[in-house]
Design a protein around this ligand. Structure first.
Ligand code: BG6
Length: 364
């Protein structure tokens, strides 16, 4: 049921304030500044024992996994990284007893991710799931997990499930952090920020008409870059993914820091860049890169915060509400969903069922 929306993707984007409420409901513990995640089936001692975290997913779930890895490193200070499950399963991965493996999947049926889970279990590793569909193959195969409670997602391009994955990672990062050096006060700082997310998402969605205008401009380009740095890089990857999936434009994600080591050669009037420029400790570096792109005639659209000062730079902006820096990627990703949606709408493509793609790839 489209409920009056023109596409499932539009409906699912709009549902995000409520679906985020659902993943956090009953899981925030204000007394101890921690997340209660009983479904993980891990004791505090077990949580404390992990030396590393490895996150596995495919497509957008992999990119959100990268957002999650950064959150876990920042809040829990344990080495964490994300890898495409589709690669992991084929490369005879080294499974370590003191690594926490996290499988991320909306459907819980993606065969590459399911095989990665089996490979981890077969080699004696501990794997938990961050899954939306209750009782799905991956949810059942994992020894514990956090259900996303995003509700059914129909559009092939994932939106509300992805946002809940990112929020789920914030909760897991809290749980891992609070058995280590994250203080109660810092835990509380994150909890308060998590609670504010639904209202902030609503505020971003209110900018839809403005984002739709930006989308018309970027949709005119045959090819574009999405760039971000550290926290912003997986945001750029997911933004580019969504853009290519439904608008069929060549959209390439790059680390902002790597631009000058190669791809800057491609920048000209015909190749615009969507730049993720949060207000954080790297703002000046990001602005310097925007300046370099502009100096070569490239157009830039910035996804940024209100207090970032672009000075003389003539750069159209999508301004996102500020949260705690560790959580910024969650909100920075939302306008990129709308950008892709409106670009595809402008170009007249089938938004909910893009060519050559399936909602979940369950066969080899
Ligand atoms: C791909 C879909 O095949 O699977 C992507 O086209 C999706 O949109 C990816 O992100 C992973 O799916 P899931 O269900 O495992 O999260």
């Amino acid at each position: 049921d489209l409920g009056g929306y023109p596409h499932y993707m539009a409906k699912e984007i709009q549902e995000q304030p409520e679906s985020v409420e659902r993943i956090i409901r009953g899981r925030l513990d204000d007394r101890f500044g921690v997340a209660r995640l009983d479904g993980l089936n891990l004791t505090p001692r077990e949580l404390r024992g992990f030396a590393r975290v490895k996150i596995l997913g495919c497509g957008s779930a992999y990119y959100v996994g990268q957002i999650g890895a950064t959150m876990i490193e920042e809040l829990a200070r344990i080495p964490a990284d994300a890898e495409a499950a589709s690669e992991f399963r084929y490369r005879n991965p080294i499974i370590e007893a003191d690594t926490l493996y996290i499988a991320v999947s909306q459907s819980g049926e993606t065969i590459d991710t399911a095989f990665a889970v089996e490979e981890i279990k077969r080699k004696g590793g501990r794997v938990v799931g961050l899954v939306n569909v209750v009782g799905s193959t991956i949810a059942r195969a994992c020894e514990g997990g956090v259900y996303l409670h995003a509700g059914p997602e129909i559009a092939v391009a994932s939106t509300k499930a992805l946002t809940n994955m990112a929020v789920g990672f914030a909760l897991i990062a809290l749980a891992l952090g609070r058995v280590r050096d994250l203080s109660n006060a810092d835990g509380q700082r994150i909890i308060d920020a998590v609670r504010a997310l639904p209202g902030q998402i609503k505020a971003i969605l209110d900018f839809e008409p403005e984002i739709a205008e930006h989308a018309k401009t970027v949709a005119a380009a045959k090819s574009l870059f999405f760039v971000g740095r550290v926290r912003g890089y997986p945001v750029a990857r997911e933004g580019a993914q969504k853009f290519k999936e439904i608008s069929y434009r060549h959209a390439e994600a790059y680390q902002t820091s790597e631009l000058k080591h190669g791809p800057l050669a491609l920048i000209d009037e015909a190749l615009p860049t969507v730049a993720v420029v949060p207000s954080d400790e790297l703002t000046e570096r990001n602005l310097a890169a925007v300046q370099q792109i502009k100096a070569r005639g490239g157009a830039v659209l910035a996804v940024t915060h209100a207090d970032v000062d672009f000075g003389e730079l003539d750069v159209p902006r999508i301004v996102v509400p500020k949260t705690e820096p560790e959580l910024d990627p969650i909100l920075l990703t939302i306008p990129l969903q709308l950008l892709a949606y409106h670009a595809a709408l402008t170009l007249g493509y089938d938004i909910d069922k893009p060519r050559n793609l399936a909602k979940s790839v369950t066969v080899e």
